[in-house]
Design a protein around this ligand. Sequence first.
Ligand SMILES: [Zn+2]
Ligand SMILES: [Zn+2]
Ligand SMILES: [Zn+2]
Ligand SMILES: [Zn+2]
Length: 260
Amino acid sequence: MTQTVRVYAGECTVTYHGSDELRIQRGRVVVVHKPDGTVLVHDAEGYQPVAWLTRSSAVHLEQTEDGEFALIAVDDGERLRVESEGDSARASHDVTPAGTAVGTCPDCDGTLVRARGAVTCLDCRAEYPLPRDAGMADSTCDCGLPRMSVVRGARFEICVDRECEDLDAAVRERFDREWACPDCGADLRVVRERTLFLRCEDHPDCDETFALPRETVSGACECGLPEVGGGGSASDEATRCLDSNCDEDRSSPRTPETDR
Ligand SMILES: [Zn+2]
Ligand SMILES: [Zn+2]
Ligand SMILES: [Zn+2]
Ligand SMILES: [Zn+2]
């Protein structure tokens, strides 16, 4: 999907109509019309537009044969009209999300950027959505795409393309049946329903479920569930049971980990 920004320039009358405001300005301005319906009117100074509508619901362009134009943006009780007075210039440009460069597209050699929750190719526009808390790993997948780093009880470094390497499969392989249900002793299974979580195998007879921690497992609780947190061996930060309601006493000093 190609996205286009339209740019208009010239002497204009700019009329902004808000719920209790009418503002009319005239000047030589540059008008930027973004693909999401945002219209910005810039004059000679500052970063701030002199008039604007963000993500307007409709933008309409009227043109005359002698090169004049009127751009009208409307949204929920607001109306912005920019009308050229005399000669005007206009141009269209392809645009993409802008973000940190994270690699090169294996399909077209374009630059891959991480922006707005996805890795996107600036040329072919291939898009790979990322989990919200994903970081970028230093490694590159065999397919040529960069890998992301996601913590779900452990750190997983997998391809940004789910069809190439699947986070669910990796988490399942690592943690499916790893722990027993503290209530009934059956295995905890890795399940996805919108998010990944642990659910007792005896579901629906046993309704125990636990979120998969967005940190690494650091030990084992007396109840059988993992402990998470602690910030690594060099940290004083307390670890806690995966079950926030766990009754095992954690206030007394912990003895060194023994094999069980
Ligand atoms: Zn590409
Ligand atoms: Zn891959
Ligand atoms: Zn159970
Ligand atoms: Zn516990």
